[in-house]
Design a protein around this ligand. Structure first.
Ligand code: NAP
Length: 292
């Protein structure tokens, strides 16, 4: 199958490489020239625009930063919509707004182009190893057309409902993570202030109900006040804004997500937007009189 990739960033670059290694004929484009040049080694052909990618492909994956960026690569000058033939399938794997996703799908459908939303979880490591979890919204027939491609990118592919549903599931994921990071940050700072041996506390709790991936993998960073990536604060804040938009549309109250979103806004203002999300501990540390 002829496959296109638009966006060769942290996620898109390794995903395009995995698709090429799996035997797909891959054509790709990145806004900043030169990024992705190493993909030629695995047989990826670089194209001069998203429209060129679409002309060369039966299925086009978009994996760029945010909602306006997906709109730009789909409908901007030399965008995917300009080059896509009737019957092309667009699979947007970025994390963006569910309602904007539905609007993009309608605009593409007017041109005879189908769309799936297929955001991912699993981070840059999952993109490199091809072990992403993929949440797919859209028509079942379209998913079957894309399934072999998605199987080259991830290990868990779940069809979660109509177009936009994949993005809604991803929003749920990010809301749950917000509580996870903030809860662990509060617990770790309390342990420090109470004079406990934090490493011993983490080990003792890891067999009980407070056990979590964040506790096991990020408590040490919160203790050390050092937050290498990971998953960027700025990206998580973008995702929480999407979740809060969905909450507004559905009449849902998300107090923890709103709190974490504003804590992350403050971290970004202080120059910590590229820290790992576990840096929410900086705020709790500072409020508690510790270095943050
Ligand atoms: P990234 O490394 O910052 O790369 C972003 C990509 O989008 C780059 O190729 C960038 O091009 C392109 N881009 C951004 N705005 C654009 C525009 N207006 N027009 C054209 N291209 C544009 O980000 P990433 O980590 O790959 O993330 C991509 C998506 O995956 C995001 O929606 C993110 O939330 C989601 N995601 C990320 C992770 C993770 O752990 N990183 C995990 C799950 C999901 P340039 O090279 O020109 O800047």
């Amino acid at each position: 199958m002829r496959v296109g990739f638009v966006g060769l960033g942290t996620m898109g670059g390794p995903m395009a490489a995995n698709a090429a290694r799996a035997g797909f004929e891959v054509t790709a484009w990145n806004r900043t020239p030169g990024r992705g040049a190493e993909l030629a080694d695995v047989g990826v052909r670089l194209a001069p625009s998203p429209a060129h990618v679409a002309r060369a492909s039966e299925v086009v994956v978009t994996i760029v930063s945010d909602t306006p960026d997906v709109e730009a690569v789909l409908f901007g000058p030399d965008g995917v919509a300009e080059g896509a033939a009737h019957g092309t399938l667009v699979v947007d794997m970025s994390t963006i707004s569910p309602s904007a996703t539905r609007a993009f799908a309608e605009r593409l459908a007017e041109r005879g182009v189908a769309m799936l939303d297929a955001p991912v979880s699993g981070g840059s490591e999952g993109a490199q190893k091809g072990t992403l979890s993929i949440f797919v919204g859209g028509e079942a027939d379209d998913l079957e057309r894309a399934r072999s491609l998605l199987a080259s990118l991830g290990t868990t592919i779940t069809h979660v409902g109509p177009i936009g549903s994949g993005q809604a599931v991803k929003a749920v994921n990010q809301v749950i993570l917000a509580g996870g990071y903030l809860g662990v940050a509060e617990g770790i700072v309390l342990a420090m202030k109470a004079g406990l041996d934090v490493e011993q506390v983490v080990a003792a709790l890891s067999g009980g109900a407070a056990q979590s991936w964040v506790l096991s993998n990020r408590a040490g960073r919160m203790l050390a006040n050092d937050y290498p990536l990971g998953f960027k604060v700025a990206l998580h804040r973008k995702d929480l804004r999407i979740a809060l938009e969905l909450a507004g549309e559905t009449g849902t109250t998300l107090p923890i997500s709103a709190l974490v979103e504003t804590i992350e806004a403050g971290l970004i203002a202080r120059g910590h937007g590229d820290d790992d999300v576990s840096a929410v501990a900086r705020a709790i540390r500072q409020l508690s009189g510790l270095a943050g």
